[in-house]
Ligand binder design. Structure first.
Ligand SMILES: NC(=O)c1ccc[n+]([C@@H]2O[C@H](COP(=O)([O-])OP(=O)(O)OC[C@H]3O[C@@H](n4cnc5c(N)ncnc54)[C@H](O)[C@@H]3O)[C@@H](O)[C@H]2O)c1
Ligand SMILES: O=C(O)C(=O)C[C@@H](O)[C@H](O)[C@H](O)COP(=O)(O)O
Ligand SMILES: [Zn+2]
Length: 355
């Protein structure tokens, strides 16, 4: 359980902060910068700084507000401006110390600054350790649409430090479990069964489970790094989930986490899988029971269906205006490229609402 080799970079699991210091030392970078948010600055940066004292390098810290509201062009422009003001050149390194928001936006800022500088991911949430830090998708939200501006750019390395998770609120732990459950559903029934077997006793997962999730995701991304086909399976639950996440961000005082929204999307898309992709009724019932037992019910009014459908029309998997969903043929096996009509999508939302 040491290292996983991804597309063209390593993902480290042990002795990670020392590995990061070695990486910086050997990289011969002219400058380096650490991107944090207000929570990772408080909880994670001191652990990293303890290691960096041994380095004879100057570095600067760039801090943004925490949360999805910050994953915007304005905050990204703030990062670019700080890099300019601090004198970053093409041989600079950006260290993204945070959850998926920091990783996605920092990766995007780095991949575009001076046509691209090196960056590494140091994920500090469960969700970013099991999913967001691996695979090279970078991006920001724009015009109320999730990740609508972005690139596929590999980090130079990923450093997964389990101890960062000790300060993570339980709601964020559960958000990360959503993507882990997704990994089981799309590719590994025994992993799903292992997670399911925990019942509702979901504390901090042991490092082995995080490693298994990364291994599942990594097998997909190395097969199809640019999402021409098979990688779409990682998007199970996201056609509907992203629409609900955006809706909640715009309408709720305490908006849904990415994982919570994906869970609703997975329940709806499991229902579509039963209608269209051969998922058995028994497995639909099992998925619905496991997910609704772990996550709070979200009130989905019929009046928001039109807004949600409009949002789904902008999903990146779509072609020629047709909404393209990733579904399941059974637990552990996904089935890509299912075109769904507005009526089918609304029926799936009604399935969730009636539970
Ligand atoms: N690129 C990808 O492949 C990919 C995959 C999945 C999700 N995502 C994106 O990731 C984002 C969600 O990521 P997230 O769930 O990590 O959210 P996040 O980055 O907003 O982090 C969640 C909260 O946890 C706080 N936090 C982070 N680390 C902490 C720690 N160690 N202790 C205490 N608090 C801490 C953050 O400050 C924030 O308040 C979404 O924007 C989603 O679209 C991207
Ligand atoms: O890595 C992928 O590919 C994924 O789809 C993983 C998803 O969990 C993640 O939320 C991703 O950011 C969604 O990508 P998008 O292209 O639908 O924005
Ligand atoms: Zn996701």
């Amino acid at each position: 359980m040491n290292t996983i080799n991804s597309i063209d970079y390593p993902v480290y699991f042990t002795d990670t902060l020392n590995q990061l210091v070695n990486f910086v030392e050997k990289g011969n970078y002219s400058r380096f910068f650490i991107l944090t948010d207000e929570h990772t600055e408080k909880h994670c940066l001191p652990l990293l700084q303890d290691k960096l004292v041994h380095l004879n390098h100057q570095y600067d810290i760039i801090e943004v507000n925490a949360g999805e509201e910050s994953k915007t062009i304005d905050f990204c422009a703030g990062i670019w401006k700080m890099l300019i003001d601090f004198g970053a050149d093409r041989h600079s390194l950006l260290i993204n110390l945070g959850g998926g928001v920091i990783g996605d936006m920092g990766g995007f800022a780095a991949s575009t600054f001076k046509r691209g500088i090196d960056f590494v991911q140091v994920p500090t949430t469960l969700l970013s350790q099991v999913d967001a830090s691996v695979g090279g998708k970078t991006g920001i939200d724009f015009d109320n649409l999730k990740n609508i501006i972005g690139t596929f750019t590999s980090p130079k390395a990923v450093f997964i430090e389990h101890s960062f998770l000790h300060t993570l609120p339980i709601r964020q732990i559960l958000s990360g479990y959503a993507e882990m459950l997704k990994h089981g559903l799309i590719a590994d029934a025994s992993y799903w069964n292992e997670l399911k077997g925990k019942g509702d006793d979901l504390g901090l997962p042991e490092a082995k489970l995080i490693y298994q999730s990364v291994a599942i995701k990594n097998n997909v991304v190395v097969t199809d790094p640019l999402e021409k086909g098979y990688r779409k399976c990682l998007n199970f639950g996201h056609t509907i989930g992203h629409a609900i996440e955006t809706y909640s961000l715009n309408n709720d005082e305490q908006y849904l986490t990415h994982g919570e929204a994906v869970v609703i999307g997975m329940v709806c898309e499991a229902w579509l899988s039963h209608q269209k992709a051969g998922l058995s009724k028994g497995e639909l019932d099992e998925i619905t029971a496991v997910l609704t037992n772990l996550y709070p019910k979200y009130p989905l009014e019929e009046s928001c269906h039109a807004v949600l459908h409009d949002l789904m029309k902008t999903d990146k998997k779509n072609e020629a205006g047709k909404i393209n969903c990733t579904l399941l043929s059974k637990i552990g096996e996904c089935s890509i490229d299912h075109i769904c009509t507005e009526e089918e999508l609304c029926d799936s939302l009604n399935y969730y609402a009636r539970l």
